[in-house]
Design a binder for this molecule. Sequence first.
Ligand code: AMP
Length: 282
Amino acid sequence: MYLFRRIADLQVFLKTERVNNRALGFVPTMGALHAGHLSLIQQALAQNEITLASIFVNPTQFNDASDLKKYPRTPGKDLEKLAAVGCTAVFLPEVADIYPDGTDSNLSVDLGGLDTKMEGAKRPGHFDGVVQVVHRLLTIIEPQNLYMGQKDYQQQLIIRRMVEQLNLPLNVCTVPTKREDDGLAMSSRNVLLEPDIRSQATLLYHTLLEAKNRLTDGHTATKIEQWAMDQLSQPGFRPEYFSIINGKTLEPITTSLPEHIVACTAVWAGAVRLIDNMILRQ
Ligand code: AMP
């Protein structure tokens, strides 16, 4: 596996691969890798000749300095895991390489309001940071295929919208959420959960599953949202939102049911904020 820390070295490698017409799949990550990340790598490996992963804890998408500070970092183990699945190359830049002119962004993309709901409302500036870093990485790497996880449903939709708005010549592929055996969505933050909270954290998955059943049984979105917020308010847990939304626009569901319906939730599990979602109808 090739390891690049400098943009110039990475670009020399990518240039050679492009000359040879090899399809490049790119998986951006913030490291602390788990099997969810590796499923993106595996899909990229299956669909491209070259798979590049990046590991970069992007400061501009953290609206909370303590969250950035405690974000898990395990670069040695990450490299072992990437090598074990056969990832072709890894890009491990420093903040100064990604933001040589400082972290202020002058990129302006019309996200059509996708960035103001749910995570955007609760974490001001978060998606500006995500768009900024993914755009910067895409400019450096110019992949044919970009792999994003369904785990961050709103994020993948926003990146799709950015790619469309800027007419970037690449495909965005969304990979299903990988879960632990008890249903908890894999996340780098799961290692921060207290053991007693971790043992109950399957609550999110079960609430999403039951929401799906209830929608199928004809309950209204509003009633299901109210039920879910109650259900998630267990000792040690505090839901921020549980939203049943149009999966294309992220707008709330009113009377008629759209073709794509997704439930998205954010819940404080002890001191750790977890997000999860489930496609209720597609
Ligand atoms: P992160 O390192 O959290 O920024 O995640 C990097 C990529 O992996 C993002 O596209 C995430 O949506 C995706 N990802 C994270 N957790 C999972 C999971 N459990 N299943 C599938 N994809 C995931």
